[in-house]
Design a protein around this ligand. Structure first.
Ligand code: BG6
Length: 511
């Protein structure tokens, strides 16, 4: 078994003197290995980690699915996925080494024989690849299969780690579709795995720009003193996508934008933006602070005026007709599923009382962009003539999560000339200009953290449940009050969303 030492790795930046975080002996078993997520994100992330020298030499990857495949067929599938989607260049020697540890188990989740084979494969890999009994089981499957898979892992002795080794369960969202179902799921998983064995993936937390919220706020002095109700007018968190639901109607219809994105990604972004400084960056300390924010959320009384849901309608874009949501393949033609959702939340604590947090997300919007905009109050007094400040907006700090990663500070500046005219200008930090290091994909970071047992970037069940407590009343309100509004594909959402902010004397940013 050859090893490419991390120090000799051509992908390593020679100026990087930090000790690399390298996973110890281990393997990953993926259930749902034929799905899109596995092909586009998980397999490439495993390869990219190996390519960067961050996986142990005998790392093993086991696929489990209802396919009549041999190990070689599985390796070919992984190979194709890596070739198509990996972030780092293809290197034959890295691939060869990784391929040595690949196994495939055919079977469905109720098939005891298949789980016996899986148990034997794990033992065989321990012996041949030196995985040391350390395995993570990645459940990239719809939640309805969670109970069966964890029950089988328990029944076949896979959930319990042999002495001196570890076993971990990795769970993909959705973690339920409301509080009750999330609690049921959590109970099922915790019946088999201890809480510190369970890693729930919210891939937004794996993004560099999201982790940078903590650096921005807590490694600097100049932001935190103004990060509160005395200076902030409101906060807007936007996650816009230009794509529609594609072939995902089976998952998406009946779920919708609020459950798909607000319940997890956007509430996590809000918690990181609003939380107090944690005592440390370990998982418990972060959980404590994020939970305090989620528990302090108060919904507006009149949900009809302060929330909006909508569906994209057909539209002409670039000379082509784009289908409306109800015409997408697989959606119920009478579906009331939201593809756009906007909500106003208040955080009832000393730091944020009276500062609304507006969250919005949608498919088929103007462009793909995720950002957090902290919008400041206007200056308490202006010594300038009112005509001088006609074009001056509010100061803002915008954390550009993607795709143009960075931070923008917006403020007013005198327009050059003989009169006093003040206009908004921006000061920009762009990752691409300030750093030569490229950002790893979220899944690279998260898979590595699972293998290292580092739980900081994984929401715990308490956060998941608290987030459902916020969303459930909104979903219930929507279910009993009319139909979603409509918006043209390619627009920035329905008029109702603009009206929602206009009622508060504010407007959405056009990112
Ligand atoms: C997923 C949602 O969690 O995030 C998808 O289920 C969405 O509907 C995706 O498209 C967006 O992720 P990203 O990283 O491309 O912003």
């Amino acid at each position: 078994m050859s090893t490419i030492p991390v120090w000799d790795n051509p992908l390593r930046d020679p100026r990087d003197r930090r000790l690399p975080r390298i996973a110890g002996p281990s393997g990953l078993v993926i259930f749902g290995v034929t799905g899109d997520l596995s092909r586009k994100k998980l397999m490439p992330a495993v390869y990219d980690l190996a390519n960067r020298g961050l996986l142990p030499p005998g790392f093993s990857l086991v696929g489990f699915a209802r396919r009549d495949w041999e190990d070689e067929d599985f390796a070919q599938i992984v190979h194709d996925a890596v070739r198509e989607h990996a972030r780092t260049p293809f290197r034959e020697e890295v691939w060869q080494q990784l391929a040595e540890g690949m196994r495939f188990i055919p079977g469905d989740f109720s098939d005891d024989e298949a789980f016996e084979q899986l148990r034997k494969a794990v033992e065989e890999l321990d012996a041949s690849q030196g995985t040391g009994g350390n395995f993570a089981f990645y459940l990239s499957v719809p939640p309805k299969f969670f109970p069966k898979v964890v029950e089988q892992l328990k029944k076949h002795g896979l959930a319990k780690a042999p002495d001196g080794s570890w076993r971990r369960a990795v769970i993909e969202k959705p973690f339920g579709h409301d509080l009750a179902s999330a609690r049921e799921l959590n109970a099922v998983v915790h019946d088999v795995f201890e809480p510190d064995q369970v890693f729930r993936i919210d891939h937004y937390l794996g993004k560099e720009t999201v982790q940078n919220i903590l650096a921005l706020r807590f490694a600097n002095t100049m932001f935190e003193p103004i990060w509160n109700r005395s200076f902030v007018d409101h906060v807007q968190i936007t996650m816009a996508e230009d794509i529609g639901i594609g072939g995902r109607a089976g998952y998406y219809d009946g779920i919708g934008a609020a459950r798909d994105v607000i319940q997890n990604h956007l509430l996590q972004l809000m918690a990181l933006t609003a939380m107090e400084e944690p005592a440390s960056f370990d998982a418990d300390a972060l959980l404590t602070e994020k939970l305090k924010v989620l528990k302090a959320v108060k919904l507006p009384e009149d949900l009809g005026r302060h929330t909006v849901r909508a569906q994209y309608a057909a539209a002409w874009q670039g000379g082509e007709k784009v289908r409306g949501y109800l015409e997408e393949e697989g959606t119920d033609p009478a579906s009331t599923t939201d593809t756009f959702a906007a909500v106003k939340l208040n955080i009832d604590n000393r730091r944020w009382a009276g500062v609304p947090f507006y969250l919005r997300t949608g498919k088929r919007l103007g462009r793909r962009v995720t950002e957090i905009a902290v919008v400041f109050q206007r200056a308490p007094h202006s010594p300038f003539d009112s005509t001088a400040t006609e074009e001056l907006g509010q100061n803002a700090i915008v954390i550009r999560v993607q795709p143009d990663e960075g931070i923008t500070v917006r403020f007013g500046s005198k327009v050059p000339g003989t009169s006093m005219e003040i206009r908004d200008v921006t000061m920009d930090f762009a990752y691409g200009e300030s750093f030569t290091e490229s950002s790893p994909e979220a899944y690279e970071r998260l898979i590595l953290d699972v293998l290292l047992g580092d739980a900081n970037l994984f929401p715990r069940h308490q956060e998941v449940e608290e987030s459902w407590k916020i969303l459930d009343p909104i979903e219930e309100y929507w279910a009993t009050h009319g139909k979603p509004a409509q918006y043209a594909s390619g627009s920035w959402g329905p008029e109702e969303a603009d009206e929602m902010l206009a009622r508060d004397g504010r407007s959405w940013r056009r990112p």
